[in-house]
Design a protein around this ligand. Structure first.
Ligand SMILES: *Cc1c(COP(=O)(O)O)cnc(C)c1O
Length: 473
């Protein structure tokens, strides 16, 4: 076996670069750096394969000429040129899917980003007076009108809102929280850790399933600054439970001169129960029941861009906006453009439910889901005869730590492909262009129309047919 001979025959980086550049159309748009790095990586891996070959047979399978390597280079270039952040098709039925970017924005938000991002804008400039303005004033009025709050502040995300509230109002002092509410959200938001960062001391009261008003009262002392309620977003303690109501906590806070902070997580501005979904506490409820400060995410049930929204008493919110951390967690122009557009839709709540994708998906009638599932099923059958396609009842999930236990009835398309395991099918769908993210149940791949957007219906048949025809590979 003559390894050396093969290594000698291996096309050089220079030769390949010349050949690649000669393919003008392909090479024109490709930065030279990308071409060179792709070629190096291909040549390196072929050289590695030659070294690793165990016998003549294996060696013979390795192509070393320009025409062997050029397709590999093109594939490598294509991969390197592809954007890392891409559109994916969410067929999981999890509406607020944190790993898939939570809420898709409504058209109005996209338009407002497009109208203000590629140019200068009055982000911190008062057009009336010509003086320096505040970016917060762009949306504060809207937030107050929509919720009845005295004041509002927008930051980067809800974790930042909680951190800022605690840093401003409880640094070096104690915050009393029920043990049943010490939440962890997707491994990223652990209330005790956020509290530690803020310099506030956590005082846990009660047990995981029961916390009474007298537990809070007993924990209040000289050092206490705040009572805090946290929405136990992604879990529920069921059975024999007892929670102190926000009203009772508010009365205690007032009596003791403490601040009551309510971290709602998902801030929903419409009554979900009117649409057949479980009731979620709204920021309006929290304020009415006596919370001094309420915090929630902009990209969960609100359906807007990633952001954290603080509502509450004027002097408390003002103090937060003057804290040095506020500068570090302030929202950018794109976020505010999207958020303002989304909030404006809420001026008409019925329109909000129709036009904000997150709410529209959650409130889709089950008959409509069945119709969409049937339409998708027949398109898949037509595109790909080998697929075994069924339409079945199932459940969607709200996700994002909202409506934790709600299994929302839906209809799904369930698919299996003879000769391919469901795990393999799932993997190939994930590798498709665009990638498709699915759930697997009972050895079948499920596609939930609840989270499919209209372009997805056009792409899915083509993707399935490509995946099916690649079976042997
Ligand atoms: C989601 C959530 C957070 C974190 O919000 P982000 O916007 O993801 O930073 C904090 N608290 C609760 C109760 C939540 O549900």
């Amino acid at each position: 076996m003559d390894r050396k001979e093969y290594l000698r025959k291996l096309t050089s980086v220079n030769e390949l670069l010349q050949a690649f550049t000669r393919l003008q159309t392909a090479a024109e748009e490709i930065p030279r750096q990308v071409a060179v790095e792709s070629i190096r990586s291909v040549v390196d891996s072929v050289r590695e394969a030659i070294r690793a070959a165990r016998d003549e047979m294996e060696l013979q399978k390795i192509g070393t000429g320009v025409e062997d390597l050029l397709p590999l280079v093109e594939e490598e270039v294509r991969e390197r040129m592809e954007k890392r952040l891409r559109r994916v098709i969410n067929a999981t039925g999890v509406v607020i899917h944190t790993n898939l970017g939570r809420s898709p924005l409504p058209q109005q938000a996209l338009e407002n980003i497009a109208a203000t991002a590629g140019c200068y804008a009055n982000l911190e400039f008062e057009l009336d007076t010509g003086k320096r303005g505040s970016r917060q004033q762009l949306v504060e009025g809207l937030l107050c009108d929509l919720t009845g709050a005295e004041a509002a502040l927008v930051v980067n995300n809800n974790a930042a809102a909680v951190l800022l509230a605690l840093s401003t109002h409880a640094r070096g002092r104690e915050v009393v929280v029920s043990r049943g509410q010490l939440i962890e959200i997707g491994g990223s938001f652990r209330l005790p850790e956020v509290m530690e960062q803020s310099g506030a001391r956590l005082v846990e009261v009660g047990t995981t399933n029961r916390t009474r008003l007298k537990d809070y009262r007993a924990a209040v002392g000289e050092e206490t600054a705040m009572l805090m309620r946290a929405h136990p977003s992604n879990f529920r303690v069921l059975g024999f439970t007892e929670e102190t109501s926000l009203r009772e906590m508010a009365a205690l806070a007032r009596e003791q001169g403490l601040i009551l902070l309510d971290d709602l997580g998902s801030g929903v501005l419409v009554r979900l129960a009117e649409y057949g979904l479980p009731e979620e506490p709204t920021p309006m409820d929290s304020l009415r029941e006596g919370a001094d400060l309420v915090t929630f995410s902009g990209d969960k049930l609100l359906g807007g861009p990633q952001s954290g929204i603080v509502l509450g008493r004027k002097e408390l919110v003002r103090e937060m906006s003057r804290h040095p951390l506020a500068r570090a967690v302030r929202p950018d122009k794109l976020t505010l453009a999207a958020l303002e557009a989304v909030l404006r839709i809420y001026l008409d709540r019925e329109r909000a439910v129709r036009e904000i994708p997150t709410l529209a998906m959650l409130t889709l009638p089950v008959e409509e889901l069945k119709r969409r599932a049937r339409r998708l099923a027949s398109a898949l059958r037509k595109a790909c005869g080998e697929l075994d396609v069924r339409v079945e009842p199932s459940h969607s999930f709200s996700g994002g730590g909202s409506l934790p236990l709600a299994e929302i009835p839906t209809w799904v398309v369930s698919v299996s492909l003879p000769g391919m395991s469901p795990d393999e099918l799932e993997k190939r769908l994930r590798g498709a262009r665009p990638p498709v993210v699915v759930r697997i149940r009972d050895d079948r791949v499920l596609l939930d129309p609840r989270t499919l957007l209209s372009p997805d219906y056009e792409d899915l048949p083509r993707i399935f047919s490509t995946v099916a025809s690649s079976r042997g590979e």
